[in-house]
Design a protein around this ligand. Sequence first.
Ligand SMILES: Nc1ncnc2c1ncn2[C@@H]1O[C@H](COP(=O)(O)OP(=O)(O)O)[C@@H](O)[C@H]1O
Ligand SMILES: Cc1ncsc1CCOP(=O)(O)O
Ligand SMILES: [Mg+2]
Length: 262
Amino acid sequence: MNDIGAHLAAMRNTAPLVQNITNYVAMNVMANALLAAGASPAMVHAREEAAEFAGLAQALSVNIGTLDPDWVTAMEDAARVMNDAGKPWVLDPVAVGATALRRDAGARLLALKPSVVRGNASEVMALAGADAAGRGADAADEVASAEAAARDIATRTGGVVAVTGPVDYVTDGAAAYRIENGSAMMPRVTALGCALSGVVAGFAVGQEPLPATVAALAFYGLAGEEAAARAQGPGSFLPAFIDALAGVTPEALDRGAKVMGA
Ligand SMILES: Nc1ncnc2c1ncn2[C@@H]1O[C@H](COP(=O)(O)OP(=O)(O)O)[C@@H](O)[C@H]1O
Ligand SMILES: Cc1ncsc1CCOP(=O)(O)O
Ligand SMILES: [Mg+2]
């Protein structure tokens, strides 16, 4: 892929309205990350309005981090609106293997064929029905161990699956890429995976899901590298990361993206 910066420029040019049905932990971080990246976030999850708002949104991210049954209904309703209108939506299967409620929600949402699934290795493996060792929202499996599960999900949904970790893996079931950008500081701050799923949704507006997802991951990882160079630890990393999301230019992304065909 050699037009990665152009995908960032296109996203910023659109400034997409991204609806997020996300968890209480992530709401603030995610909204700030989307704003800094150049999108327009809205956190709208009530069962009575989620589908109506989906009619206005250009993309949707659905995140099961702190769900309850009413939220699952809202997620399914909003996802159907996006599907009917041909608009992209992203599933973030937080801790999907941990409980029956999460496994059921994950299966229902997967059946609605998300444009992109973005999760850590343990989540992607659990979502595919494979044995996974995740602890809550944190990964306990290697990205390499989740590649077959990612291809399996992509084949089932016809969409894209992104497995994130030290080196990210993105596939549509046929082509695949690895993205080496990022910082070991990123998994030490909560909600950065959730926020990435929202950013992927923004990149998918008006762009092919596979290259849009690759570009979003390279952009996000490069911002992580720049923030890590300035931060003293996880606390100062977060504001530095928000600054870096706003500061990465398309030209810097073209220079700094570490993307390889897999
Ligand atoms: N050890 C690491 N080194 C570099 N980047 C990482 C590392 N772990 C995670 N990342 C990056 O952090 C971001 C969030 O991914 P991840 O931590 O896998 O999500 P989650 O928070 O959902 O578990 C991604 O951009 C990913 O590339
Ligand atoms: C800690 C936690 N618990 C429920 S949701 C959540 C946030 C998880 O965020 P991320 O997967 O982005 O680290
Ligand atoms: Mg996560």
